[in-house]
Design a protein around this ligand. Structure first.
Ligand SMILES: [Zn+2]
Length: 398
């Protein structure tokens, strides 16, 4: 879509985030010190957008200095006190797959402050769009526990600050990290003003959340929208899910601000999942999101980085998203030597993937079935989080 106006795009990239130490415990078969979540993927993304000349076209933002009261709008006092105390010592673990080292409390506060700076600048009208390249990520963090490398709920903390200080009204979160956005779901379960959408690999992590039947509490029914996709899903499934379920839900909701929980771990080279996306699809998802933001909320869009564990490939996927934000795809020499020739059948929309998308669309009321709704596998595949006698899923790392 040609536009005549120059878009002002912000970037938060905080060096402190790269100094945070993740310490997930993978058990006795993995050498101590070997970690999935390291700074490298994000650091190399920053290097790549620098090398491509993209970074200098972005307005550099500093993280907001958040007070404990800002965190306490989302997290419990007990959790924050325990986190602060363990961080002041040798580090610790306050949940599952979310161990941390000395000093991580202050770094996590800066990470949430990075997202808050992006949200504030966009709501102020200082910028049109912003990208928060922060670490640690936040979308698994719950009010009273850390989960999946996430220590503080970056996006909800930023949104609650904006609601308190800037009168932010309806806001939509689109989480395309390959793991379920359980944090926003839990935090906003009863809040009809926040639409929390999650596209994720079905029952990956957390293994017991993210089913289509989870739609929000009575006061906010429909404001939680889960789109679990089968392992192996690629471009066809993701774009169909976006067009058939995500976009109609956003149009129906009419947000004032759009925030993306932007993980790159649905990429085919990511070690934490079994999906098949390439950098081109991340660019397509970003462009679709930008168009929806333009259509629905004056273009106000914040992209906050979540997962993505391939130091080799995450940077290329991230650069595709940054180029889309800058509308600089045509003049950017971004080569994807890995994904450009990936033509597996899973890149096309397959029948079992369409069934999953239609189930999510039917639950959301956004996507009427395009054919007779008969799913012969439903009896075996029904997603009931309380009854899993036919499937045993080991909890896997995010
Ligand atoms: Zn993830």
């Amino acid at each position: 879509m040609p536009r005549s106006t120059h878009r002002r795009v912000g970037l938060v990239a905080d060096e402190a985030g790269f100094w945070h130490q993740s310490r997930a415990d993978f058990g006795p078969s993995v050498e101590p010190g070997v970690q999935l979540e390291t700074p490298e993927a994000r650091r190399r993304l920053l290097h790549l957008i620098e090398r491509l000349g993209l970074r200098r076209r972005m307005t550099q933002l500093e993280p907001l200095a958040l007070a404990e009261a800002d965190l306490a709008r989302v997290h419990t006092a007990d959790y924050l006190a325990a986190f602060r105390a363990q961080s002041a010592g040798a580090g610790g673990e306050l949940g599952d797959f979310a161990g941390f080292g000395h000093g991580s409390y202050e770094i996590a506060v800066r990470s949430a402050g990075g997202v808050a700076a992006a949200v504030r600048a966009v709501l102020d009208g200082e910028l049109d769009r912003a990208y928060a390249l922060v670490r640690p990520p936040g979308h698994h963090a719950e009010p009273d526990r850390a989960r999946g490398y996430c220590l503080l709920a970056n996006i909800p903390i930023a949104l609650e600050l904006a609601r308190a200080r800037q009168g932010l009204g309806r806001v939509a979160i689109v989480d395309w990290d390959v793991h379920h956005g359980n944090g926003a779901q839990r935090i906003y379960w009863d809040d009809p003003e926040v639409l929390a959408i999650s596209l994720h690999q079905d029952r990956l992590y957390p293994v017991d959340s993210g089913a289509v039947e989870e739609r929000g509490g009575d006061a906010a029914l429909g404001a939680t929208l889960n789109i679990p996709l089968p392992a192996g899903s690629g471009e066809g499934a993701y774009l169909a899910a976006f067009d058939r379920v995500v976009a109609p839900a956003l149009r129906a909701f009419q947000p004032e601000l759009l925030v993306v929980a932007c993980g790159y771990d649905a990429a085919f080279l990511d070690p934490s999942s079994q999906m098949a996306l390439t950098s081109a699809t991340f660019g397509d998802l970003a462009r679709r999101t930008i168009e929806l933001a333009e259509e629905l909320c004056g273009g106000r869009l914040v992209i906050a980085q979540e997962g993505g564990y391939s130091p080799l490939y995450t940077p290329i996927c991230g650069a595709a998203v940054v180029a889309a934000l800058l509308e600089a795809e045509s003049e950017t020499e971004l080569h994807d030597p890995y994904g450009r020739h990936l033509h597996t059948p899973e890149q096309n929309l397959l029948p079992h993937q369409l069934e999953a998308i239609e189930r999510a669309g039917a639950a959301a009321g956004t996507a009427p079935p395009t054919h007779d709704q008969h799913h012969p596998h439903d009896q075996h595949h029904q997603h009931d989080p309380h009854h899993r006698s036919t499937h045993h899923h080991e909890e896997s790392a995010p």
